[in-house]
Design a protein around this ligand. Structure first.
Ligand code: CTP
Length: 449
Protein backbone atom coordinates (compact mmCIF):
# COMPACT_ATOMS: atom_id res chain seq x y z
CA UNK A 1 0.00 0.00 0.00
CA UNK A 2 1.12 3.52 -0.74
CA UNK A 3 1.90 6.14 1.89
CA UNK A 4 0.11 9.33 0.96
CA UNK A 5 1.44 12.73 1.98
CA UNK A 6 -1.08 14.39 4.30
CA UNK A 7 -1.75 17.21 1.84
CA UNK A 8 -2.60 14.75 -0.94
CA UNK A 9 -5.02 12.88 1.31
CA UNK A 10 -6.67 16.14 2.30
CA UNK A 11 -7.09 17.20 -1.37
CA UNK A 12 -8.71 13.85 -2.18
CA UNK A 13 -10.96 14.09 0.89
CA UNK A 14 -12.05 17.62 -0.05
CA UNK A 15 -13.17 16.38 -3.49
CA UNK A 16 -14.82 13.26 -2.01
CA UNK A 17 -16.70 15.42 0.52
CA UNK A 18 -18.37 17.19 -2.42
CA UNK A 19 -19.32 13.88 -3.97
CA UNK A 20 -16.50 13.65 -6.52
CA UNK A 21 -14.28 10.63 -7.06
CA UNK A 22 -10.58 11.44 -6.74
CA UNK A 23 -7.36 9.43 -6.90
CA UNK A 24 -3.62 9.85 -7.06
CA UNK A 25 -2.60 8.71 -10.54
CA UNK A 26 0.29 7.98 -12.89
CA UNK A 27 3.93 8.53 -11.95
CA UNK A 28 3.35 8.99 -8.22
CA UNK A 29 1.56 5.64 -7.94
CA UNK A 30 4.20 3.90 -10.06
CA UNK A 31 7.13 5.36 -8.13
CA UNK A 32 5.57 4.77 -4.69
CA UNK A 33 5.03 1.11 -5.58
CA UNK A 34 8.67 0.92 -6.64
CA UNK A 35 9.75 2.43 -3.32
CA UNK A 36 10.92 5.63 -5.03
CA UNK A 37 9.87 9.00 -3.63
CA UNK A 38 7.60 10.57 -6.31
CA UNK A 39 8.72 13.86 -7.91
CA UNK A 40 5.17 15.13 -7.70
CA UNK A 41 1.66 13.92 -6.93
CA UNK A 42 -0.94 14.24 -9.68
CA UNK A 43 -4.62 13.71 -8.94
CA UNK A 44 -7.41 12.66 -11.25
CA UNK A 45 -11.06 13.29 -10.45
CA UNK A 46 -14.61 12.87 -11.69
CA UNK A 47 -15.20 16.56 -10.96
CA UNK A 48 -15.24 18.93 -13.95
CA UNK A 49 -12.52 21.59 -14.12
CA UNK A 50 -15.07 24.16 -12.90
CA UNK A 51 -16.08 21.92 -9.98
CA UNK A 52 -12.42 21.42 -9.04
CA UNK A 53 -11.90 25.18 -8.96
CA UNK A 54 -15.05 25.63 -6.86
CA UNK A 55 -13.93 22.99 -4.41
CA UNK A 56 -10.66 24.81 -3.75
CA UNK A 57 -11.79 28.41 -4.01
CA UNK A 58 -10.38 29.23 -0.58
CA UNK A 59 -6.95 27.86 -1.54
CA UNK A 60 -4.30 29.35 -3.78
CA UNK A 61 -4.95 27.88 -7.24
CA UNK A 62 -3.86 28.32 -10.83
CA UNK A 63 -6.16 27.59 -13.76
CA UNK A 64 -3.53 27.90 -16.45
CA UNK A 65 -4.25 24.31 -17.56
CA UNK A 66 -8.04 24.78 -17.45
CA UNK A 67 -8.69 23.87 -21.11
CA UNK A 68 -6.88 20.57 -20.57
CA UNK A 69 -8.92 20.02 -17.41
CA UNK A 70 -6.16 20.80 -14.94
CA UNK A 71 -6.41 23.03 -11.89
CA UNK A 72 -3.24 23.43 -9.84
CA UNK A 73 -3.84 23.70 -6.10
CA UNK A 74 -1.03 24.86 -3.80
CA UNK A 75 -0.71 23.29 -0.38
CA UNK A 76 2.08 24.52 1.84
CA UNK A 77 3.70 26.04 -1.23
CA UNK A 78 3.68 22.74 -3.17
CA UNK A 79 1.70 22.63 -6.44
CA UNK A 80 -0.65 19.67 -7.02
CA UNK A 81 -2.17 19.18 -10.45
CA UNK A 82 -5.76 18.00 -10.24
CA UNK A 83 -7.16 16.96 -13.62
CA UNK A 84 -10.69 16.04 -14.57
CA UNK A 85 -11.15 12.51 -15.98
CA UNK A 86 -10.36 12.91 -19.65
CA UNK A 87 -10.74 11.10 -22.89
CA UNK A 88 -8.41 12.20 -25.65
CA UNK A 89 -9.68 13.01 -29.14
CA UNK A 90 -7.76 12.39 -32.40
CA UNK A 91 -4.01 13.05 -32.49
CA UNK A 92 -3.35 14.53 -35.92
CA UNK A 93 0.05 16.04 -35.02
CA UNK A 94 1.42 12.82 -33.41
CA UNK A 95 2.06 14.71 -30.23
CA UNK A 96 -1.08 16.09 -28.60
CA UNK A 97 -4.80 15.33 -28.88
CA UNK A 98 -6.71 17.78 -31.09
CA UNK A 99 -9.27 18.10 -28.30
CA UNK A 100 -10.03 16.52 -24.98
CA UNK A 101 -13.39 15.45 -23.60
CA UNK A 102 -14.15 15.42 -19.88
CA UNK A 103 -15.82 12.22 -18.77
CA UNK A 104 -17.21 10.64 -15.62
CA UNK A 105 -15.47 7.23 -15.71
CA UNK A 106 -12.05 6.63 -14.22
CA UNK A 107 -11.62 3.68 -16.59
CA UNK A 108 -11.67 6.00 -19.64
CA UNK A 109 -9.08 8.28 -18.06
CA UNK A 110 -6.78 5.38 -17.27
CA UNK A 111 -7.20 3.99 -20.79
CA UNK A 112 -5.79 7.18 -22.39
CA UNK A 113 -2.49 6.82 -20.49
CA UNK A 114 0.69 5.58 -22.14
CA UNK A 115 1.94 2.50 -20.25
CA UNK A 116 0.27 0.05 -17.91
CA UNK A 117 2.70 1.02 -15.12
CA UNK A 118 1.53 4.64 -15.53
CA UNK A 119 -2.17 3.78 -15.74
CA UNK A 120 -2.85 2.96 -12.10
CA UNK A 121 -4.83 5.11 -9.70
CA UNK A 122 -4.79 4.92 -5.92
CA UNK A 123 -7.11 6.12 -3.17
CA UNK A 124 -5.84 6.46 0.43
CA UNK A 125 -8.69 4.28 1.75
CA UNK A 126 -9.79 2.01 -1.08
CA UNK A 127 -6.33 1.38 -2.54
CA UNK A 128 -5.11 0.67 -6.05
CA UNK A 129 -7.22 0.65 -9.20
CA UNK A 130 -5.32 -1.42 -11.75
CA UNK A 131 -7.36 -2.12 -14.89
CA UNK A 132 -4.46 -2.99 -17.22
CA UNK A 133 -2.29 -5.26 -15.05
CA UNK A 134 0.18 -2.49 -14.30
CA UNK A 135 1.05 -4.14 -10.99
CA UNK A 136 2.14 -7.33 -12.74
CA UNK A 137 4.18 -5.36 -15.26
CA UNK A 138 5.78 -3.38 -12.45
CA UNK A 139 6.63 -6.61 -10.64
CA UNK A 140 8.01 -8.22 -13.79
CA UNK A 141 9.89 -5.15 -14.99
CA UNK A 142 7.92 -4.69 -18.19
CA UNK A 143 7.01 -1.56 -20.15
CA UNK A 144 3.79 -2.26 -22.06
CA UNK A 145 1.50 0.24 -23.75
CA UNK A 146 -2.12 0.43 -22.70
CA UNK A 147 -3.76 -1.06 -25.78
CA UNK A 148 -2.28 -1.36 -29.28
CA UNK A 149 1.33 -0.10 -29.20
CA UNK A 150 1.31 0.95 -32.85
CA UNK A 151 -1.74 3.14 -32.28
CA UNK A 152 -0.46 4.55 -28.99
CA UNK A 153 2.98 5.42 -30.42
CA UNK A 154 1.42 6.95 -33.53
CA UNK A 155 -0.78 9.14 -31.34
CA UNK A 156 2.19 10.55 -29.43
CA UNK A 157 5.74 9.93 -30.64
CA UNK A 158 7.20 11.11 -27.32
CA UNK A 159 5.96 7.83 -25.85
CA UNK A 160 8.67 5.97 -27.79
CA UNK A 161 11.33 7.91 -25.92
CA UNK A 162 9.44 7.63 -22.64
CA UNK A 163 9.33 3.85 -23.11
CA UNK A 164 13.10 3.51 -23.27
CA UNK A 165 13.61 6.19 -20.62
CA UNK A 166 11.47 4.19 -18.16
CA UNK A 167 13.24 0.99 -19.24
CA UNK A 168 16.57 2.63 -18.40
CA UNK A 169 15.43 4.36 -15.20
CA UNK A 170 14.07 1.16 -13.66
CA UNK A 171 16.13 -1.48 -15.49
CA UNK A 172 12.96 -2.76 -17.24
CA UNK A 173 12.46 -4.25 -20.71
CA UNK A 174 9.89 -3.41 -23.38
CA UNK A 175 7.19 -6.02 -23.88
CA UNK A 176 7.72 -7.66 -27.28
CA UNK A 177 4.95 -5.95 -29.27
CA UNK A 178 5.70 -2.64 -27.57
CA UNK A 179 9.36 -3.09 -28.54
CA UNK A 180 8.60 -3.99 -32.17
CA UNK A 181 6.28 -1.01 -32.63
CA UNK A 182 8.69 1.38 -30.92
CA UNK A 183 11.47 0.29 -33.26
CA UNK A 184 9.26 0.32 -36.35
CA UNK A 185 8.14 3.88 -35.59
CA UNK A 186 11.53 5.05 -34.27
CA UNK A 187 11.94 7.76 -36.92
CA UNK A 188 8.80 9.52 -35.75
CA UNK A 189 10.52 10.63 -32.52
CA UNK A 190 11.90 13.56 -34.47
CA UNK A 191 8.41 15.07 -34.52
CA UNK A 192 8.99 15.81 -30.83
CA UNK A 193 10.58 19.18 -30.01
CA UNK A 194 14.39 19.04 -29.73
CA UNK A 195 14.33 20.36 -26.15
CA UNK A 196 11.93 17.62 -25.09
CA UNK A 197 13.97 14.93 -26.85
CA UNK A 198 17.06 16.06 -24.96
CA UNK A 199 15.24 15.94 -21.60
CA UNK A 200 14.26 12.33 -22.28
CA UNK A 201 17.75 11.42 -23.53
CA UNK A 202 19.39 12.86 -20.40
CA UNK A 203 16.98 11.05 -18.11
CA UNK A 204 17.53 7.85 -20.06
CA UNK A 205 21.31 8.20 -19.91
CA UNK A 206 21.28 8.49 -16.12
CA UNK A 207 19.18 5.34 -15.66
CA UNK A 208 20.56 2.16 -14.17
CA UNK A 209 19.53 0.11 -17.22
CA UNK A 210 21.32 2.32 -19.73
CA UNK A 211 23.76 -0.31 -20.99
CA UNK A 212 21.07 -2.67 -22.23
CA UNK A 213 18.84 0.17 -23.45
CA UNK A 214 21.68 1.42 -25.68
CA UNK A 215 22.34 -2.03 -27.10
CA UNK A 216 18.76 -3.39 -27.24
CA UNK A 217 17.02 -0.31 -28.59
CA UNK A 218 19.84 1.24 -30.60
CA UNK A 219 17.54 1.95 -33.57
CA UNK A 220 15.66 4.45 -31.41
CA UNK A 221 18.88 6.11 -30.22
CA UNK A 222 20.14 6.29 -33.81
CA UNK A 223 16.96 7.92 -35.00
CA UNK A 224 17.72 10.76 -32.58
CA UNK A 225 21.48 10.64 -33.27
CA UNK A 226 22.06 9.16 -36.76
CA UNK A 227 25.73 10.17 -36.45
CA UNK A 228 26.20 7.50 -33.78
CA UNK A 229 25.04 4.62 -35.98
CA UNK A 230 28.45 3.94 -37.63
CA UNK A 231 29.64 2.79 -34.18
CA UNK A 232 27.31 -0.21 -34.20
CA UNK A 233 29.24 -3.41 -35.01
CA UNK A 234 32.36 -1.36 -35.81
CA UNK A 235 35.18 -3.76 -34.88
CA UNK A 236 38.18 -2.74 -32.77
CA UNK A 237 40.95 -5.15 -33.52
CA UNK A 238 43.33 -4.18 -30.74
CA UNK A 239 44.41 -5.89 -27.53
CA UNK A 240 42.77 -3.04 -25.57
CA UNK A 241 39.32 -3.92 -26.81
CA UNK A 242 37.01 -6.90 -26.76
CA UNK A 243 33.86 -5.29 -28.14
CA UNK A 244 32.71 -3.25 -31.13
CA UNK A 245 32.64 0.53 -30.65
CA UNK A 246 28.93 0.72 -29.79
CA UNK A 247 29.00 -2.12 -27.25
CA UNK A 248 32.06 -0.48 -25.69
CA UNK A 249 30.20 2.85 -25.62
CA UNK A 250 27.18 1.30 -23.88
CA UNK A 251 29.44 -0.13 -21.18
CA UNK A 252 31.41 3.11 -20.82
CA UNK A 253 28.22 5.19 -20.46
CA UNK A 254 26.93 2.80 -17.83
CA UNK A 255 30.25 2.86 -15.96
CA UNK A 256 30.38 6.67 -15.81
CA UNK A 257 29.25 8.75 -12.84
CA UNK A 258 25.51 9.14 -12.84
CA UNK A 259 25.27 12.73 -14.02
CA UNK A 260 24.17 14.13 -17.37
CA UNK A 261 27.52 15.59 -18.35
CA UNK A 262 29.54 12.43 -17.66
CA UNK A 263 27.00 10.25 -19.43
CA UNK A 264 26.70 12.52 -22.47
CA UNK A 265 30.50 12.64 -22.66
CA UNK A 266 30.78 8.87 -22.77
CA UNK A 267 27.93 8.59 -25.29
CA UNK A 268 29.96 10.66 -27.75
CA UNK A 269 33.56 10.01 -26.68
CA UNK A 270 34.34 7.44 -29.38
CA UNK A 271 31.85 8.58 -32.02
CA UNK A 272 34.78 9.74 -34.17
CA UNK A 273 36.40 6.30 -34.20
CA UNK A 274 34.70 4.87 -37.31
CA UNK A 275 35.91 7.95 -39.23
CA UNK A 276 39.54 7.67 -38.09
CA UNK A 277 40.13 3.95 -38.39
CA UNK A 278 43.45 2.73 -39.79
CA UNK A 279 45.00 -0.73 -39.75
CA UNK A 280 48.76 -1.26 -39.36
CA UNK A 281 50.96 -3.91 -40.98
CA UNK A 282 50.14 -6.31 -38.14
CA UNK A 283 46.42 -5.92 -38.79
CA UNK A 284 45.91 -3.93 -35.58
CA UNK A 285 43.29 -1.16 -35.53
CA UNK A 286 44.23 2.43 -34.68
CA UNK A 287 41.95 5.40 -34.23
CA UNK A 288 44.45 8.27 -33.98
CA UNK A 289 42.93 11.69 -33.69
CA UNK A 290 39.42 10.38 -33.06
CA UNK A 291 38.64 12.64 -30.07
CA UNK A 292 38.69 15.74 -32.30
CA UNK A 293 36.18 14.12 -34.67
CA UNK A 294 34.05 12.99 -31.70
CA UNK A 295 33.97 16.63 -30.58
CA UNK A 296 32.63 17.72 -33.99
CA UNK A 297 29.97 15.00 -33.91
CA UNK A 298 28.91 15.81 -30.35
CA UNK A 299 28.76 19.51 -31.08
CA UNK A 300 26.52 19.11 -34.10
CA UNK A 301 24.23 16.57 -32.44
CA UNK A 302 23.81 18.42 -29.14
CA UNK A 303 23.40 21.83 -30.79
CA UNK A 304 20.62 20.30 -32.91
CA UNK A 305 18.82 19.33 -29.68
CA UNK A 306 19.31 22.90 -28.36
CA UNK A 307 21.60 21.80 -25.56
CA UNK A 308 22.50 24.68 -23.23
CA UNK A 309 25.93 26.23 -23.75
CA UNK A 310 27.38 25.27 -20.34
CA UNK A 311 26.56 21.60 -20.75
CA UNK A 312 27.68 21.62 -24.37
CA UNK A 313 31.06 23.25 -23.66
CA UNK A 314 31.75 21.00 -20.73
CA UNK A 315 30.89 17.84 -22.68
CA UNK A 316 33.02 18.93 -25.64
CA UNK A 317 35.99 19.64 -23.38
CA UNK A 318 35.72 16.24 -21.70
CA UNK A 319 35.25 14.42 -25.01
CA UNK A 320 38.28 16.16 -26.48
CA UNK A 321 40.47 15.27 -23.48
CA UNK A 322 39.08 11.81 -22.68
CA UNK A 323 42.22 9.99 -23.74
CA UNK A 324 44.56 10.56 -20.78
CA UNK A 325 47.91 9.04 -21.75
CA UNK A 326 50.35 10.74 -19.34
CA UNK A 327 52.72 8.80 -17.09
CA UNK A 328 51.12 8.36 -13.66
CA UNK A 329 53.94 10.31 -12.06
CA UNK A 330 54.10 13.29 -9.78
CA UNK A 331 55.37 15.89 -12.24
CA UNK A 332 53.35 14.78 -15.26
CA UNK A 333 50.15 14.67 -13.26
CA UNK A 334 50.75 18.16 -11.90
CA UNK A 335 51.59 19.46 -15.36
CA UNK A 336 48.40 17.90 -16.74
CA UNK A 337 46.37 19.37 -13.87
CA UNK A 338 47.84 22.77 -14.76
CA UNK A 339 47.11 22.33 -18.47
CA UNK A 340 43.50 21.21 -17.98
CA UNK A 341 42.64 22.89 -14.72
CA UNK A 342 42.01 20.86 -11.54
CA UNK A 343 38.32 20.72 -12.18
CA UNK A 344 38.51 19.21 -15.68
CA UNK A 345 41.27 16.84 -14.61
CA UNK A 346 39.26 15.54 -11.66
CA UNK A 347 36.16 15.08 -13.84
CA UNK A 348 38.20 13.03 -16.30
CA UNK A 349 39.44 10.52 -13.72
CA UNK A 350 36.13 8.64 -13.27
CA UNK A 351 35.52 8.89 -17.02
CA UNK A 352 38.83 7.18 -17.63
CA UNK A 353 37.71 4.32 -15.39
CA UNK A 354 34.37 4.22 -17.24
CA UNK A 355 36.25 4.00 -20.53
CA UNK A 356 38.38 1.15 -19.15
CA UNK A 357 35.26 -0.65 -17.93
CA UNK A 358 34.19 -1.04 -21.56
CA UNK A 359 37.57 -2.32 -22.71
CA UNK A 360 39.05 -5.82 -22.83
CA UNK A 361 38.42 -7.38 -19.37
CA UNK A 362 41.83 -9.08 -19.58
CA UNK A 363 43.43 -5.63 -19.44
CA UNK A 364 41.33 -4.39 -16.52
CA UNK A 365 43.82 -5.06 -13.71
CA UNK A 366 46.60 -3.10 -15.36
CA UNK A 367 44.29 -0.31 -16.56
CA UNK A 368 42.63 0.17 -13.19
CA UNK A 369 46.06 0.14 -11.52
CA UNK A 370 47.03 3.03 -13.82
CA UNK A 371 43.83 4.90 -12.90
CA UNK A 372 44.56 4.28 -9.20
CA UNK A 373 48.05 5.75 -9.56
CA UNK A 374 46.78 8.81 -11.42
CA UNK A 375 44.17 9.32 -8.75
CA UNK A 376 46.67 8.91 -5.93
CA UNK A 377 48.97 11.49 -7.55
CA UNK A 378 46.03 13.83 -8.01
CA UNK A 379 44.98 13.54 -4.35
CA UNK A 380 48.55 14.03 -3.19
CA UNK A 381 48.84 17.18 -5.30
CA UNK A 382 45.59 18.49 -3.82
CA UNK A 383 46.53 17.66 -0.23
CA UNK A 384 49.93 19.32 -0.68
CA UNK A 385 48.25 22.40 -2.12
CA UNK A 386 50.27 21.93 -5.32
CA UNK A 387 50.46 24.88 -7.65
CA UNK A 388 48.45 24.04 -10.74
CA UNK A 389 47.26 27.51 -11.64
CA UNK A 390 49.20 30.72 -12.09
CA UNK A 391 46.93 32.31 -9.48
CA UNK A 392 48.19 29.76 -6.92
CA UNK A 393 51.64 31.44 -6.96
CA UNK A 394 52.70 33.10 -3.73
CA UNK A 395 53.24 36.34 -5.63
CA UNK A 396 51.11 38.31 -8.05
CA UNK A 397 51.35 41.16 -10.53
CA UNK A 398 51.23 43.79 -7.79
CA UNK A 399 54.30 42.30 -6.09
CA UNK A 400 56.16 42.50 -9.40
CA UNK A 401 54.96 46.07 -10.00
CA UNK A 402 56.24 47.01 -6.54
CA UNK A 403 59.57 45.47 -7.52
CA UNK A 404 59.73 47.87 -10.47
CA UNK A 405 58.51 45.67 -13.33
CA UNK A 406 56.32 47.22 -15.97
CA UNK A 407 53.80 46.29 -18.69
CA UNK A 408 54.18 42.99 -20.49
CA UNK A 409 57.23 42.10 -18.37
CA UNK A 410 54.92 41.32 -15.46
CA UNK A 411 52.93 38.59 -17.26
CA UNK A 412 56.04 37.08 -18.84
CA UNK A 413 57.88 36.86 -15.52
CA UNK A 414 54.84 35.38 -13.78
CA UNK A 415 54.53 32.69 -16.46
CA UNK A 416 58.24 31.89 -16.25
CA UNK A 417 57.98 31.57 -12.45
CA UNK A 418 54.89 29.37 -12.81
CA UNK A 419 56.78 27.04 -15.17
CA UNK A 420 59.68 26.81 -12.67
CA UNK A 421 57.34 26.01 -9.79
CA UNK A 422 55.47 23.41 -11.85
CA UNK A 423 58.70 21.63 -12.71
CA UNK A 424 59.64 21.90 -9.03
CA UNK A 425 62.78 23.90 -9.75
CA UNK A 426 61.81 26.50 -7.19
CA UNK A 427 59.56 26.54 -4.19
CA UNK A 428 56.27 28.43 -4.16
CA UNK A 429 57.41 30.89 -1.47
CA UNK A 430 57.36 34.61 -1.97
CA UNK A 431 61.00 35.11 -1.00
CA UNK A 432 62.18 32.25 -3.25
CA UNK A 433 60.12 33.53 -6.15
CA UNK A 434 61.27 37.15 -5.71
CA UNK A 435 64.90 36.06 -5.60
CA UNK A 436 64.58 34.82 -9.23
CA UNK A 437 62.70 37.80 -10.65
CA UNK A 438 65.68 39.91 -11.66
CA UNK A 439 67.42 37.09 -13.50
CA UNK A 440 64.24 36.16 -15.41
CA UNK A 441 63.54 39.78 -16.25
CA UNK A 442 67.04 40.20 -17.68
CA UNK A 443 66.67 37.02 -19.77
CA UNK A 444 63.39 38.07 -21.28
CA UNK A 445 64.60 41.56 -22.07
CA UNK A 446 67.58 40.16 -24.04
CA UNK A 447 67.25 41.02 -27.73
CA UNK A 448 65.94 38.05 -29.66
CA UNK A 449 64.10 36.61 -26.68
N1 CTP B 1 1.17 10.40 -19.85
C1 CTP B 1 0.82 9.77 -21.04
N2 CTP B 1 1.49 10.05 -22.21
C2 CTP B 1 2.51 10.95 -22.21
C3 CTP B 1 2.88 11.61 -21.03
C4 CTP B 1 2.18 11.30 -19.86
O1 CTP B 1 -0.07 8.95 -21.04
N3 CTP B 1 3.14 11.24 -23.34
C5 CTP B 1 0.41 10.10 -18.62
C6 CTP B 1 0.95 8.94 -17.81
O2 CTP B 1 -0.12 8.33 -17.12
C7 CTP B 1 1.88 9.60 -16.82
C8 CTP B 1 1.10 10.86 -16.49
O3 CTP B 1 0.48 11.21 -17.74
O4 CTP B 1 2.12 8.80 -15.69
C9 CTP B 1 1.94 12.00 -15.96
O5 CTP B 1 2.93 12.34 -16.90
P1 CTP B 1 4.31 12.99 -16.49
O6 CTP B 1 4.14 13.81 -15.28
O7 CTP B 1 4.88 13.60 -17.74
O8 CTP B 1 5.25 11.75 -16.22
P2 CTP B 1 5.24 10.70 -15.07
O9 CTP B 1 4.73 9.40 -15.58
O10 CTP B 1 4.58 11.26 -13.86
O11 CTP B 1 6.74 10.39 -14.80
P3 CTP B 1 7.92 11.36 -14.60
O12 CTP B 1 7.51 12.36 -13.59
O13 CTP B 1 9.00 10.43 -14.18
O14 CTP B 1 8.13 11.94 -15.99
Amino acid sequence: MITFPEDVTSLIQALNARGHEAYAVGGCVRDSLLGIEPNDWDLTTGASPKEIAECFQSERISDIGFVHGTITVYKNGIPYEITAYRKDGEYTDHRRPDRVEFVKELSLDLARRDFTINAMACHPETGIVDLFSGLDDLKNGVIRTVGDPEKRFREDSLRILRAIRFASAYGFVLEENTRKSAIRLADSVNIVSPERILIEIKRMLTGKGIESVLTQYSEIIFSVFPELSPMRDFPQNTPHHAYDVWTHTAKAVSGAPNDEISRLTMLFHDSGKPHMHTVDAMGVSHFRGHPAVSVQIAEKALARLKCDKNTLNRVLKLVSEHEIRIPAERKSVRREMARLGKDVFSSLLPLLRADFSGQNPAMHPQKYAYADQLEAQYHQAISEGAVTDIHDLDINGNDLKAAGLRGSEIGLVLHALFALVLSEEIENRKSALMSRVEEIRKNISQPGH
